[in-house]
Design a protein around this ligand. Structure first.
Ligand code: GLC
Length: 561
């Protein structure tokens, strides 16, 4: 596989509104990110992905963009962003922006012009369709729970398509004029000096040639819009647009891209991330999807640590020899990884969080941390549905009630899965509002900040933060980089519940063992140990001649003969 500059990087996602507030308005901003670059550099991350910072009415927290070439004044100015680009470069870091081009905001001038004249040129930038016997053109349900068609104001029987919120009209990629505008915008950003993009919701740009009904799958009589992704015409268009996008933008710039791609058939992996793939990498969402149900969050089952391991391992096997996945345990759309993958009662325990961290950081691929993950931030408590900000959570709450759940049970469901869990302010210190803002935070801080915060963890050698630092510096250590970045992956002891064990092998033979359970484990050793490279516990590991005892939640990296 061809070596690329980004393969040895460690990614870090910033969700700007909740990262760090520099001006006391209660919202994070770009100058606030600049203040924390030393922190990020010390952590060792070097590929920073910023969730959207463009002007937006925030119907979907910035994933509804009203100007692709601007910076929202809430987050700062273009000069601030340019300073961030140069300051990251100066530190040997690279900056990625979020490319959100399946849809824009209904307040984008393109859509405003399209509404004014649906038959005119901007009408062709979107999907306008006539209704069917007084009903919308087809029966799809969008990602946030409502129907995907909304009426065009003042135009009886005309609808526009939005797979997400009604304020996020889908862009019509079958129109070459729209595609040209997008490529121009992408190149404009790359010319400014960003290193590339995280590419949002991108599989949805390929639409089928006709919008037809699918069998209803919920009591609302609608059908999941995801069904369209399997239509051969949608797949063919997706391939055509992604190839063109890559060839006109990313490739000539040598840009790094990571796609938000769900549900890929292993047979299609090469098309996405192979040597001639559309993207450099894509997120591995196998564990994210594990236990989810098409019926909604209320019907989801939480994965066990063993499920987490099995999902990661099957993705690793599928990607080996094909390309580089980007490994995550959480992002701005998911519950906190510690709260989701660790068993009840262990989510707040640093030793359990470290065991999970060791797996995600030492797999083959590009690790992406999400802000606060390195501190062991966990889900937040919810006292009422009125505290919810996230549009997706509101849709899922409605789906819970429609399925017959009582209000308190519905609240319990959304409290676990809500995207707000990941969006509470980063816990910087034990000071007021976790040191995030001098004002009133736009979303309350998680009260655990008094004990769980960056300042306290920096001073504690046994903290989760310092363990993440060790893991990252191990990946970058010249003695182990070849093995941990480019080496093979091979699982072992997969019959053992709650154990993640795997080889990483190249010039060195590293055995990664992570006990994702509260029971000690006696394990045979597949050969003599040359060195203990990493140990998540203070005490030395209990090594015998041909066996070792792995303490509950212990993570070890052993260099073997
Ligand atoms: C992606 C984003 C998510 C957003 C959606 C629509 O899934 O990660 O936050 O709501 O796309 O843009």
């Amino acid at each position: 596989m061809q070596r690329q500059w980004w393969q040895a990087s460690v990614g870090y996602q910033i969700w700007p509104k909740s990262f760090n507030d520099s001006n006391g308005d209660g919202m994070g901003d770009i100058p606030g990110i600049l203040e924390k670059l030393d922190y990020l550099q010390q952590l060792g991350v070097d590929l920073l992905w910023l969730s959207p910072i463009y002007p937006s009415p925030l119907a979907d927290e910035g994933y509804d963009i009203s100007d692709y070439c601007g910076v929202d004044p809430r987050f700062g100015t273009m000069a601030d962003l340019e300073r961030l680009i140069s300051e990251t470069k100066r530190r040997g870091m690279r900056l990625l922006l979020d490319l959100v081009v399946n849809h824009c905001s209904d307040e984008h001038p393109w859509f405003q012009k399209a509404l004014a004249d649906p038959e005119g040129p901007y009408g062709q930038y979107f999907y306008f369709r006539r209704g069917k016997n007084g009903a919308p053109p087809c029966n799809w349900r969008g990602y946030f729970g409502a129907g995907v068609w909304s009426p065009v104001p003042g135009r009886a029987d005309l609808y526009y398509l939005h797979l997400f919120h009604e304020k996020q009209p889908d862009l019509n990629w079958s129109n070459p004029a729209l595609r040209r505008e997008i490529y121009q915008m992408v190149n404009w950003w790359l010319d400014k000096g960003i290193a590339g993009f995280r590419v949002d919701a991108i599989v949805n740009i390929g639409k089928p040639d006709s919008f037809r009904d699918y069998p209803a799958d919920r009591p609302d009589g609608l059908a999941d819009c995801c069904n369209m992704l399997a239509e051969p015409s949608a797949k063919a268009h997706l391939a055509e647009y992604l190839t063109e996008l890559r060839d006109n933008t990313f490739r000539p710039h040598g840009a790094f891209t990571v796609g938000e791609v769900f549900d890929t058939d292993p047979a299609e992996l090469a098309a996405f991330i192979g040597p001639d793939g559309y993207f450099s990498s894509m997120f591995d969402f196998a564990a994210t999807c594990c236990g989810k149900s098409p019926k909604g969050w209320w019907a989801a089952r939480r994965p066990s640590p063993t499920d987490y391991r099995d999902c990661c391992f099957s993705s690793q096997k599928a990607a080996q020899g094909v390309g580089f996945l980007s490994n995550v345990i959480e992002n701005h759309d998911e519950p906190r990884g510690a709260s989701h993958y660790l068993p009840l009662g262990f989510e707040e325990q640093p030793r359990a969080q470290k065991a999970l961290a060791a797996v995600t950081l030492l797999l083959r691929g590009l690790p992406f941390l999400y802000q606060g993950q390195e501190l062991g931030m966990t889900n937040k408590p919810f006292a009422s549905i009125h505290e919810v900000d996230d549009v997706n959570t509101k849709g899922e709450y409605a789906a819970c009630l429609a399925a017959g759940l009582r209000a308190d049970d519905a609240l319990e469901v959304i409290a676990h899965y809500s995207r707000d869990n990941a969006r509470t302010p980063v816990q910087w210190s034990a000071q007021a509002n976790a040191g995030f803002t001098a004002g009133t935070p736009w979303m309350p801080v998680n009260l655990r900040y008094r004990s769980v915060n960056a300042e306290a963890q920096q001073a504690d050698p046994a903290s989760v933060l310092n363990f993440y630092k060790k893991l990252i510096s191990l990946r970058k250590d010249p003695a182990y980089k070849e093995t941990l970045v480019w080496g093979d992956f091979e699982p072992l002891y997969t019959e053992r519940e709650g154990l993640a064990a795997f080889w990483r092998r190249a010039d060195k033979k590293l055995l990664v063992l992570s006990n994702l359970s509260d029971e000690a484990m006696l394990l045979p050793l597949p050969g003599p140990v040359r060195a203990v490279v990493l140990n998540s516990r203070q005490l030395p590991p209990e090594l015998e001649q041909q066996a070792l005892i792995l303490a509950p939640w212990q993570a070890l990296v052993l260099e073997m003969e």
